[in-house]
Design a protein around this ligand. Structure first.
Ligand SMILES: [Zn+2]
Length: 144
């Protein structure tokens, strides 16, 4: 069953800072992240999705691109490269809008993947998607 729906571009959730998931709420949050992953996996027009784009303010985003499907719960970016690149980005919440955005090329991220804590470097397009979704979790979006 998957009845998730994107909230409209003017929905307040999109400008809400998402809340860290407490340990006792983790099982529920993982379930929701799985629904987000299946929602995103069924679309061809997006590669990342944050909880507040589908109406919840869990500090969670998911990525689905080129066979990689991953949930990021309570993500923290700890290092950003000085080297930046500018690339065009779109956003599921703002259909039709595209903006060239300058972002660091590499980062290190720590998060819960539904099973365990992960600390990993990310580069290129994956780093870009992560930073796009981290913006959402802070209640902003540079594509808007
Ligand atoms: Zn977006």
């Amino acid at each position: 069953m998957n009845n998730l729906k994107l909230v409209g571009p003017d929905n307040k959730k999109l400008s809400t800072v998402c809340t860290k998931i407490a340990m006792e709420d983790m099982a529920k949050a993982v379930k929701f992240a799985k629904r987000m992953l299946s929602f995103l996996g069924n679309r061809i027009d997006g590669v990342g999705l944050s909880a507040n784009q589908v109406g919840r303010t869990d500090r969670t985003f998911v990525i689905s691109i080129m066979g990689l499907k991953e949930m990021f719960i309570n993500p923290i970016v700890t290092e950003l490269s000085k080297k930046k690149t500018k690339l065009k980005e779109g956003c599921l919440s703002y259909p039709g809008k595209v903006k060239a955005i300058k972002r660091p090329e590499n980062l290190i991220i720590t998060y819960f993947n539904g099973k365990k804590m992960i600390k990993t470097p990310a580069n290129g397009i994956i780093a870009r998607i992560i930073l796009h979704e981290m913006d959402h979790l802070e209640g902003t979006c540079k594509v808007k």
